[in-house]
Design a protein around this ligand. Structure first.
Ligand SMILES: Nc1ccn([C@@H]2O[C@H](COP(=O)(O)OP(=O)(O)OP(=O)(O)O)[C@@H](O)[C@H]2O)c(=O)n1
Ligand SMILES: C[C@](O)(CO)[C@H](O)COP(=O)(O)O
Length: 238
C-alpha cells in the first residue's frame, strides 16, 4: 500500500500591504463578512491532501488572534522583512512535521480555486517535480523605457507565446525548496517567489495552468472585484 506524501501549507501573511494604502493590513480587510486571510485559509482547508497550515504573521500582528480558526490545523510563526524571509521562517518552523512537500500560497490570494490546488498537487506528485499555478499572458506585452522628458514610452513588444503570470500556490519538495531559498538569499539573489529560488538553484519548475481570477489583492481597485467574485464563489463550488 503506497503512503500519501505529507503536505504542509505555508501562508505568507506578514506583509504591511503598503500598496493598498489602508490602515488595515490587506490580509485583514473584510470581504463578504470574512477577512481576506480567512477566505484564503478556508480554501486551503478544502484540500484534503494538506495536513497542516503554517501562517507567517508579523511580530506586531494583533489581528490573527481575533480570528475564529481551527487551531488544531493552523498555527503561526513570525514572518520576516521580505516575503521570502517569511517563507524561510515558516519552512524552519514546520521541520519537525517532516513534510515531504510544501505548498506556499499568498494570504492575499483568497480567490484561488480548490480544484486548481488539487490539480497542482496531483501533477507535481505524479511527475516528482515542483511546480506553480500560472496564467498565460493574454494581452500584448510592452517593455517601457524612460524618455528624456517625463513619462514612459514603448521600448519594444515582448513575444508572449511562452509568457505566464506566476500565481500561487507554488508547490515543491520540502528539503529542495528550503535549501534553495537559503542559498539564493545568502547569495543576494532577488527572490520574489519560491520558483525563482528553485530556478536559481537549477531545479526544474512545472507551469500548471490555473484560473486567471486567482489574482493577488494588491491595490484598492482589487477589492471591488474580489468582493464580487467571492460573492459568486459562495454560490458555486470552487
Ligand atoms: N515581509 C513579508 C511581505 C509580504 N508577505 C506576504 O506575502 C504575500 C504577497 O506579498 P505582497 O502582495 O507584496 O504583500 P505586501 O508586502 O503586504 O504588500 P506591499 O508590497 O503592497 O506592501 C502577502 O500575503 C503578504 O502578506 C509576508 O508574508 N512577509
Ligand atoms: C509570489 C507572487 O505572488 C507570485 O506572483 C509574487 O511574486 C508576490 O510578489 P509581491 O511583490 O510580494 O506581491
Amino acid at each position: 500500500m503506497t503512503t500519501q506524501p505529507r503536505i504542509v501549507a505555508i501562508v505568507p501573511a506578514a506583509g504591511v500591504g503598503s500598496r493598498m494604502q489602508s490602515s488595515t493590513p490587506k490580509q485583514y480587510i473584510e470581504l463578504q463578512g470574512k477577512t481576506v486571510l480567512e477566505h484564503t485559509l478556508n480554501k486551503l482547508m478544502k484540500v484534503g491532501e494538506i495536513s497542516a497550515i503554517k501562517v507567517a504573521i508579523s511580530a506586531a500582528d494583533d489581528y490573527f488572534s481575533t480570528l475564529a480558526i481551527n487551531k488544531q490545523v493552523i498555527s503561526t510563526v513570525a514572518g520576516g522583512r521580505e516575503r521570502a524571509d517569511s517563507v524561510l521562517a515558516a519552512l524552519g518552523a514546520i521541520e519537525q512535521q517532516s513534510p515531504d512537500w510544501v505548498l506556499v500560497h499568498d494570504a492575499a490570494r483568497p480567490l484561488v480555486c480548490a480544484h486548481d490546488i488539487e490539480n497542482l498537487i496531483a501533477q507535481c506528485c505524479a511527475a516528482k517535480q515542483g511546480g506553480i499555478l500560472a496564467a498565460k499572458v493574454r494581452d500584448t506585452i510592452k517593455r517601457g523605457c524612460n524618455s528624456e522628458d517625463d513619462g514612459e514610452f514603448i521600448d519594444m513588444t515582448i513575444p508572449r507565446e511562452h509568457l505566464y503570470q506566476a500565481l500561487t500556490p507554488q508547490f515543491f519538495p520540502y528539503e529542495l525548496l528550503r535549501q534553495a531559498l537559503r542559498d539564493a538569499l545568502a547569495a543576494g539573489a532577488n527572490i520574489t517567489d519560491e520558483a525563482s529560488a528553485m530556478e536559481w538553484a537549477g531545479h526544474p519548475v512545472r507551469l500548471i495552468t490555473g484560473r486567471s481570477d486567482n489574482f493577488k489583492i494588491t491595490t484598492p481597485e482589487d477589492l471591488q472585484l474580489a468582493n464580487f467574485l467571492l460573492a459568486q464563489q459562495v454560490t458555486e463550488f470552487v
